[in-house]
Design a protein around this ligand. Structure first.
Ligand code: NI
Length: 130
């Protein structure tokens, strides 16, 4: 719990896109890592705000009336109820902070991208030295 978590090591434990992994939880919320590439589904979350922080690369958050580019070192909060669609031309690494149990595709009809995040498992613990 009180060991450092190396984001790069945690990111190296998975390779699939649009499939967030949980690295920490606090106060009913979860910190996750995800790899974005391509276009996600349009969706909104009725009751949850979502934080996106870019660790590596860049992606575009599309809203119904505009698009916002987010690059390494930048973050945004998408308020509950607002339709959004993340898109990345090249692989982008993102830290997410949002309530536990949130479904990534929100209110959208389930697709192959729908999943509930799992804790990172594997041979490289996220707490290994960076
Ligand atoms: Ni979302």
């Amino acid at each position: 719990m009180t060991e450092p978590i190396c984001l790069n090591n945690a990111l190296s434990t998975f390779h699939d896109h649009w499939s967030p992994r949980i690295i920490a939880s606090l106060n009913g919320q979860e910190v996750k890592l995800a790899k974005f590439q391509g276009a996600f589904d349009w969706h909104a979350h009725e009751n949850e705000d979502e934080l996106f922080l870019v660790i590596e690369g860049k992606f575009t958050m599309a809203f119904r009336d505009r698009e916002v580019e987010l690059k390494k070192g930048e973050m945004m909060v998408v308020p509950r109820g607002v339709e959004h669609r993340p898109m990345a031309d090249a692989e982008c690494h993102v830290l997410l902070f949002e309530p536990a149990g949130i479904v990534n595709t929100g209110n959208a009809v389930s697709s192959e991208k729908t999943n509930v995040a799992q804790w990172i498992k594997g041979t490289t613990p996220p707490s290994a030295p960076c």
